[in-house]
Ligand binder design. Structure first.
Ligand SMILES: [Zn+2]
Length: 404
């Protein structure tokens, strides 16, 4: 209890009651000691500027990272080739005993975490930095292996599936794709203690029925159809709870819990089954952030928070309630406020664009940012692809209703 509250307790009963509530709430919602401020600072100061929108190719990514990869603290290795021959690369930082594997963009059009991993790599490589104590702690306690862009062929086309038209995240058992085989081989050789399966989800996903768009959804994937809680999964839940406790401060009401139906063909579930405590982080959408640059910074916060929680062994003190109390993901909810529904998408599930509001009316205000993609009002033809340079239709254009 702080001094103000002590004085208030002695003097003023009504204020004291307020202080007691405040103290109780702050204890309940105690934020882990790291890494909201550090993550936002690192994202701002070390963000890889050559990537400033969420559609970029394999060549762009690795050209942007090239100046950083020569740093002494980083090791880079090709861990496989995509079906079209692009290198699948892993970047390793740290020499600690606890092994952590992070992989992003196994779905080619889900790049938010790839941008965040690039920013973290730039920070790991920087010659001298603020937050150096944090970086030294991670380096000494952890071996962090990052695979940004597991599916470079899908990224080339900005499509979910790989060049063989296979969903890599349904290939964890059959291993018909080279991308899945590369991840599996890396898992076999590294035997990670912790794993992070980094994705983007449909922009129409809501944080709870009637809630706003889910900006970040978390999951400790199940290891069996009955969704039981063994030690490995329980540890992942504590990690997700620690992330939630931090990220929810930046995104109140917009952090959700992903559906935990067991999917035996998905990598998160399989990793968890095989002893790697794995957390799924799904980046959703935020109004006013069509290129997901704010969500990129939030991903840096989430990942850094998790890495620090592992490095400092504070997981034992995490409260699983932060995870359990999250609102569930609701797909394509219809009862959400109009301002959020107006960011839905059909053709491209990740690009916010105009959609019909729940009550059938169109809201121009929330649609307006989409017209900035091409810098002029919306004139795109219905048959055109959504992509760089294409124009979005904006509510209340008459054509908007047919797009929803
Ligand atoms: Zn995905």
């Amino acid at each position: 209890m702080n001094m103000t509250c002590r004085v208030a307790l002695a003097a003023l009963v009504p204020i004291a009651a307020g202080c007691a509530r405040m103290v109780g709430r702050s204890a309940e919602m105690a934020e882990p000691p790291c890494c909201r401020a550090a993550g936002l600072r690192i994202a701002e100061r070390h963000g890889v500027k050559a990537i400033d929108a969420r559609r970029f190719t394999h060549a762009t990514l690795w050209e942007a990272l090239a100046p950083h990869l020569g740093a002494g603290g980083l090791r880079v290795a090709d861990v496989g080739r995509s079906s079209e021959g692009r290198a699948i690369r892993a970047v390793t930082f740290g020499t600690g005993a606890t092994r952590v594997l992070l992989w992003s963009q196994m779905h080619g059009d889900e790049s938010s975490a790839t941008m965040a991993l690039a920013d973290l790599i730039a920070w790991f490589a920087a010659p001298s930095v603020e937050d150096d104590a944090l970086r030294r702690r991670l380096a000494s306690e952890l071996t962090i292996v990052m695979v940004p862009m597991l599916n470079p062929d899908g990224a080339e086309r900005f499509e979910r599936r790989n060049a063989m038209n296979v969903d890599v995240n349904r290939d964890a058992l059959d291993l018909v794709t080279p991308e899945a085989r590369a991840l599996e081989a890396l898992r076999d050789s590294l035997r990670p203690d912790f794993g992070f399966n980094l994705h983007d989800q449909n922009a129409n996903t809501l944080a709870g029925r009637g809630g706003p768009q889910a900006a970040i959804s978390l999951l400790a994937p199940a290891t069996d159809a009955s969704r039981s809680w063994n030690a490995v999964r329980s540890r992942a839940r504590l990690l997700a709870a620690d992330i939630a406790a931090v990220v929810a401060r930046e995104l109140p009401g917009r952090v959700a819990r992903y559906d935990d139906t067991f999917e035996p063909r998905a990598f998160g579930d399989v990793m968890q089954q095989r002893g790697t405590s794995t957390v799924l982080i799904e980046t959703g959408a935020l109004p006013g952030d069509p290129e997901k640059q704010r969500l990129r910074a939030i991903n840096v916060v989430a990942i850094l928070t998790a890495l620090d929680a592992i490095a400092t062994r504070r997981l034992g003190r995490a409260n699983p309630r932060f995870y359990e109390a999250l609102p569930g993901n609701v797909r394509g909810g219809t009862s959400a406020p109009c301002a959020d529904r107006a960011w839905g998408s059909v053709a491209d599930t990740h690009r916010p664009r105009c959609a019909r509001c729940a009550n059938g009316s169109a809201r121009s205000a929330t649609c307006r940012p989409s017209s900035r993609w091409c810098g002029r009002p919306a004139t795109r033809s219905p048959s055109a692809r959504w992509g760089c340079g294409s124009c979005a239709r904006c509510c209340p254009s008459p054509r908007c209703s047919s797009a929803s």
